[in-house]
Design a protein around this ligand. Structure first.
Ligand SMILES: Nc1nc2c(ncn2[C@@H]2O[C@H](COP(=O)(O)OP(=O)(O)OP(=O)(O)O)[C@@H](O)[C@H]2O)c(=O)[nH]1
Ligand SMILES: [Mg+2]
Length: 290
């Protein structure tokens, strides 16, 4: 059997998680239009006959301003040590900037086999795509592939580059699984995704979701008990919304997804709590599971 780990790295919001989902063919990692959506390395597993590819989605790399940001960057560069190749994702609609260059330098230093993926070609102008391919071409990485991850367009071309790199290796996961996240973590991510799509500006960064309890009840309903942590009192009001309206909307959207995941009725109980300045506090980050 041939197998390997492929890390997916890049600046925030370039479409890494969307790409991993497209490659695996399942929603393993949440996505949103807000930068810094992904907060952990998330493995998505693609099983093909006699082959297993483990894609490692990572948090977007940026100049860290918080203890959380620092941890996330360390996590990404740490993940490179255990990967066979890297997909370095660029956003075709954005100019290559200092952030991208820094990542490129780190990848070159680490001597990582790197495939550059130019994403969002569906909304980029042709000259933007060509400009990026030629500018990024100066880094002299192993391959360059334009894609539109949102439409799963170009994923075959990526696999065409990745598969020849795989070596004989063990089967890391059972052949019928496509992710390795514990149920509570995955459920918390699905809930956070719904909040992200409804919250504005800085608030998404201040939100942490912890699933405290998943309990099948006699009635056949699965009870899901959740704490939604914000950093300040004012944020609590925003997350709850006027007369509880935002919490209600998000709760109902999240419940629909959770019911699909659990395959049955779900009672979702979200409590909004304040954990002051959690992004900056190491002991709280430990407790919240970062
Ligand atoms: N039009 C278009 N939008 C895309 C494409 N890929 C991703 N997006 C959008 O770009 C936004 C960011 O996508 P994500 O997959 O969450 O980006 P990410 O790189 O994982 O972001 P972080 O986890 O914050 O680092 C979302 O709104 C996606 O729907 C694409 O190929 N075309
Ligand atoms: Mg992501």
């Amino acid at each position: 059997m041939r197998s390997g780990f492929i890390s997916v790295v890049g600046r925030p919001n370039v479409g890494k998680s969307t790409l991993v989902n497209a490659l695996v063919g399942e929603k393993v990692s949440i996505t949103s239009s807000r930068p810094q959506t992904t907060r952990n390395t998330i493995r998505g597993i693609l099983n093909k006959d006699d082959m297993q590819i483990v894609f490692v989605d990572t948090p977007g790399l940026h100049r860290p301003r918080t203890a959380l940001g620092n941890r996330l960057n360390r996590l990404v560069y740490g993940s490179l040590e255990e990967t066979d190749a890297v997909l370095f994702v660029l956003d075709a609609t954005q100019k290559i900037g200092p952030g991208d260059r820094l990542i490129a330098e780190r990848l070159l230093e680490a001597n990582a086999t790197t495939i550059v993926v130019v994403n969002k070609t569906d909304i980029a102008k042709e000259e933007q795509i060509l400009g990026q391919l030629s500018e990024a071409g100066e880094w002299d990485f192993a391959a360059y592939v334009p894609v539109a991850a949102l439409d799963a367009d170009g994923t075959d071309a990526i696999l065409g580059e990745v598969i020849p790199l795989l070596e004989e290796g063990p089967q890391f996961f059972p052949s019928d699984v496509h992710m390795d996240q514990p149920e509570k973590i995955y459920a918390a991510e699905l809930i956070r995704e719904k909040f992200l799509s409804r919250l504005r500006e800085e608030l998404p960064h201040s939100l942490a979701i912890v699933v405290d309890e998943i309990e099948p009840r006699d009635s056949g309903v699965t009870y899901v008990g959740v704490s939604a942590y914000v950093e300040r009192k004012s944020q609590k009001g925003i997350v709850i919304g006027k007369g509880g309206s935002l919490l209600k909307t998000v709760g109902s959207e999240a419940r629909t997804e959770l019911e699909r995941f659990f395959g049955g009725a779900v009672f979702l109980d979200i409590r909004v709590k304040i954990q002051e300045d959690w992004q900056h506090r190491d002991e709280v980050l430990d407790r919240l599971g970062f």
